[in-house]
Design a protein. Structure first.
Length: 551
């Protein structure tokens, strides 16, 4: 082959190979471009998914935050739902129309430490394994704040150190004359201030002795009634003021054995938002500007005619009326002629006999006054307008050893009405003798009113007589999950005095907490759920995204 022909063949081969190489290079570029486009498409999709997931998480958290402002989202794992408010308190907070501030003069962890102290003390000194969950207090304060946002008002809670910031105490001193200490709970609304001191806070949990009244069987939380009442009390701009006719020249008007009756009434009214003060009967007149309601419970002595006149003047109120009187006779001697004459002027008479009932109609209940269980007749509501609405009408109204309260027909301008009555099978017991042949309904509580009118306004004064002092025994009134006595008495007094509706908050027995986590464990669970798990999910998502983008 000549040199010239060889050159032609090589040139032809190059002409054939060149397009192939160009085609191969072009194909490689195309494949690389498609691969890059595929990566970009997957990366863009991942970015879109990441943005959407992030947006959903943010929206969900925002929604949860908004919902949590009005509805508690914490899960209560305790067997007795101890961290939840009662329906009565929830309704009261939703109806709150003013802004209430709760200032706790300690840190939140203080309450758990207080509970640990009592648990160790009872375990070491008495060998009792009892729960003292004072951490319920800050948890409930949170709930008050949340539920109040459903209404027109608010409850704002903050924890402060009064040692580092003493100006906080100074500000409250403008409207509060008492002492404020570390650990106190200060509840305020405008210029009204109520302070729950260390004693009241510690008494929010009591030992439960059951019906025996002796050996502790557990603990009872009574903090919710105290807190709810304090909130409603400071928010009430026109509180009802009550005077307890307790002494005459320093001497008690009642026998000391009846102290559980007097203290029971005072505790009930205090928890219901009434302002209460003791009165010495001999010390001047009964100031109509100072008091709206006077109470005389279980007197062991008669009043002088001068005192009776002062009482009449109080109710007459210079012709304006608008005042009220509650009388509870002693179970013993009723030979108190001056007091009886005063009641007769209001068409009321307390009979000497007491009322009993057939055995199947009786209820056994414990009395602090007698330190023993007794058999009690069960009463019915005869005047629903006077009693008002009861949250649980199924609860019984018990009246241990009640005296019959008769309505007299007299032309004295008084209108008397039976409020509570015994059953049709009840009968009188006179001088220890049962008169079973005289069965019938008998009045146990009677209210009488006198009124005057001025143009379109009507002004009324009331006298209420309860035939059984033991109806107001402190145990009976505190056992408001068993008996309706407390609700009935508060309802009657609210209607008498025109007080804004107050509620009787039930106490709650603390059940042993065997499964539910402690407060510290709950904090740990919250950290894991709120922070750790979302962080791990986010990290896993980022790793997956990076790996897919690098493929």
């Amino acid at each position: 082959m000549s040199k010239k022909n060889k050159e032609k063949i090589e040139q032809a081969d190059q002409e054939i190979v060149a397009p192939v190489e160009e085609e191969t290079a072009e194909t490689g570029k195309k494949e690389k471009k498609e691969r890059n486009h595929k990566k970009l498409r997957y990366g863009a999709a991942s970015a879109v998914v990441l943005v959407l997931v992030t947006a959903i998480v943010i929206a969900f958290n925002l929604m949860v935050h908004l919902v949590s402002q009005r509805t508690p989202l914490k899960l209560d794992l305790t067997p007795d739902n101890r961290y939840e408010l009662s329906e009565e308190s929830i309704e009261a907070m939703k109806n709150l129309e003013k802004n209430v501030d709760i200032t706790v003069a300690t840190n939140r962890d203080y309450f758990e430490s207080l509970g640990n102290y009592y648990e160790q003390m009872y375990a070491s000194n008495a060998g009792l394994n009892l729960e003292w969950p004072y951490e319920m207090i800050p948890e409930m304060l949170d709930k008050y704040s949340v539920y109040a946002k459903s209404g027109k008002g608010s409850v704002n809670v903050k924890y402060v150190n009064i040692n580092k910031d003493p100006d906080i105490v100074t500000n409250f001193k403008k409207n509060y004359n008492g002492e404020i200490k570390e650990g106190d709970i200060i509840i305020s609304c405008g210029d009204r201030v109520k302070v729950l001191g260390q004693t009241e806070i510690m008494n929010m949990i009591n030992v439960d002795t059951g019906n025996s009244g002796q050996m502790p069987t557990g603990t009872i939380f009574v903090g919710e009634p105290t807190l709810t009442t304090a909130i409603m009390s400071v928010a009430d701009s026109t509180p009802v003021k009550v005077g307890i006719l307790r002494t005459i020249n320093g001497a008690s008007v009642y026998e000391q054995g009846y102290e559980p009756v007097v203290s029971g009434i005072i505790e009930l009214l205090d928890k219901s938002g009434y302002d209460i003060a003791d009165i010495d009967v001999a010390a001047g007149s009964f100031d109509t500007e100072e008091y709206d309601l006077l109470i005389l419970a279980v007197p062991s002595m008669d009043f002088t005619s001068d005192v009776i006149e002062k009482l009449g003047d109080f109710l007459y109120n210079g012709g304006k009326y608008g005042k009220n009187f509650l009388y509870i006779p002693s179970f013993g001697d009723t030979n108190l002629p001056n007091i009886q004459e005063f009641l007769a002027d209001w068409s009321i008479e307390v009979a000497d006999n007491y009322v009993f009932d057939e055995e199947e109609k009786l209820v056994t209940n414990y009395l602090y006054t007698l330190n023993s269980p007794v058999s009690s007749p069960v009463l019915s509501v005869a005047d629903k307008d006077t009693v008002g609405k009861l949250s649980n009408e199924a609860l019984q109204i018990v009246a241990p050893y009640p005296k019959e309260v008769k309505i007299l027909q007299k032309n004295n301008g008084a209108v008397a009405t039976a409020v509570l009555t015994s059953s049709e099978t009840s009968y009188p017991v006179v001088g220890g003798e049962e008169k079973k042949d005289d069965k019938g309904v008998r009045n146990i509580a009677v209210i009488s009113k006198k009124e005057t009118s001025e143009q379109f306004d009507v002004y009324t004064s009331h006298v209420l007589v309860l035939g059984s002092p033991f109806m107001a025994d402190s145990y009976v009134l505190s056992a408001n999950t068993l008996y309706n006595n407390a609700n009935v008495l508060v309802g009657i007094l609210n209607n008498m005095t025109g007080k804004e509706s107050s509620v009787v908050i039930p106490e709650r027995a603390i059940q042993m907490n065997t499964i539910a986590p402690t407060a510290k464990e709950m904090k740990g669970i919250a950290i894991v759920v709120v922070y750790v798990i979302p962080a791990l999910v986010a990290i896993a998502g980022i790793i997956v995204l990076l790996r897919r983008r690098n493929k």
